[in-house]
Design a protein around this ligand. Structure first.
Ligand SMILES: [Cu+2]
Length: 66
């Protein structure tokens, strides 16, 4: 499953925080974070992981995810 969200990141610290949070997810790859466009993309091959779960992981560290 491919996911793409808009996340209100403002600096490299935000990018790293989001990246670290995403890396805790099993079977995630191709994480691509663009600070200028405020986009977060990736691929999760684990069928039990939903886009909503990924969204929540990012929200839980304090970001708005749309
Ligand atoms: Cu920041």
């Amino acid at each position: 499953m491919e996911f793409e969200f808009n996340v209100n990141m403002t600096c490299e610290h935000c990018v790293n925080a989001v990246k670290e949070a995403l890396q805790t997810i099993d079977n995630i790859s191709e994480i691509e974070i663009n600070l200028e466009k405020k986009t977060v993309k990736g691929i999760v091959t684990d069928k039990n992981t939903s886009a909503d779960q990924i969204k929540k992981i990012i929200e839980d560290i304090g970001f708005d995810v749309t």
